[in-house]
Design a binder for this molecule. Structure first.
Ligand code: ZN
Length: 225
């Protein structure tokens, strides 16, 4: 805890005074985030850092495996936060961001590690399609390749799950909501975005089209380096 408490002191004494105007402005009116960012609880994923955004920019949902339960299957925090972000905050951009070395995806795939984790086992049922797609499509990948493929396939599965939420479905139908699928490579500092025409995750630098519609087919097979 020492590092964390020292950080609080540092924030109070240096960061806050330096950015006082921003914080006072944020406090003086309702938040108006630019996007809903759904990502894993993994401590190595820092949404504000990788998008270089400020307090007030990203509305966040974080959980093990950046999972979005289908509407009605779990009327909990995810469903409420999605609904609120669209209907009340007026958010029109949603990013689902998976990442490399995802422990949640590894545990979900292996299954056996979950025997003493009943809550996790139940939670990963919302990613059962990911597990089945992996089994059907990728039988001969190395562990590293498997880690990339499972994170990418899971992003696509969760994008589809997201579209079952009525507020998402309605605004997608109205053409006023965009959903993006991202894969973040922690070690390489690279971010890839799902590109529906090619069916691949393309590096976001130089990405031609800003809009990525919901996927209708699954991700590319991982190329062997
Ligand atoms: Zn993760």
């Amino acid at each position: 805890m020492e590092k964390i408490l020292a950080g609080v002191r540092q924030f109070r004494q240096h960061e806050y005074p330096k950015n006082r105007e921003l914080f006072e402005m944020l406090a003086s009116k309702q938040q108006k985030p630019r996007a809903l960012f759904i990502t894993c609880a993994d401590s190595r994923v820092n949404p504000n850092l990788i998008t270089q955004t400020e307090p007030g920019d990203l509305f966040l949902i974080r959980n093990a495996g950046n999972i979005v339960p289908t509407y009605g299957s779990n009327m909990g925090g995810e469903a409420a936060t999605i609904e609120y972000s669209i209907e009340v905050l007026g958010i029109r951009n949603i990013i689902i961001c998976g990442h490399s070395q995802c422990g949640a995806m590894k545990a979900m795939l292996e299954g056996t590690a979950l025997e003493n984790l009943p809550a996790s086992k139940s939670w990963f049922a919302h990613a059962e399609s990911t597990r089945r797609i992996m089994r059907a499509k990728y039988s001969d990948l190395s562990p590293v390749e498997l880690g990339v493929a499972v994170a990418e396939e899971n992003v696509l599965v969760q994008m589809n799950n997201l579209s079952t939420h009525p507020s998402v479905a309605a605004h997608l139908a109205g053409g006023e909501l965009r959903v993006f699928g991202w894969y973040y490579d922690i070690g390489g500092g690279e971010i890839f975005q799902y590109d529906q025409p090619s069916g691949q995750f393309l590096e976001l630098d130089g990405f031609a089209s800003p809009a990525a519609p919901l996927p209708t087919r699954s991700a590319r097979p991982v190329e062997v380096a």
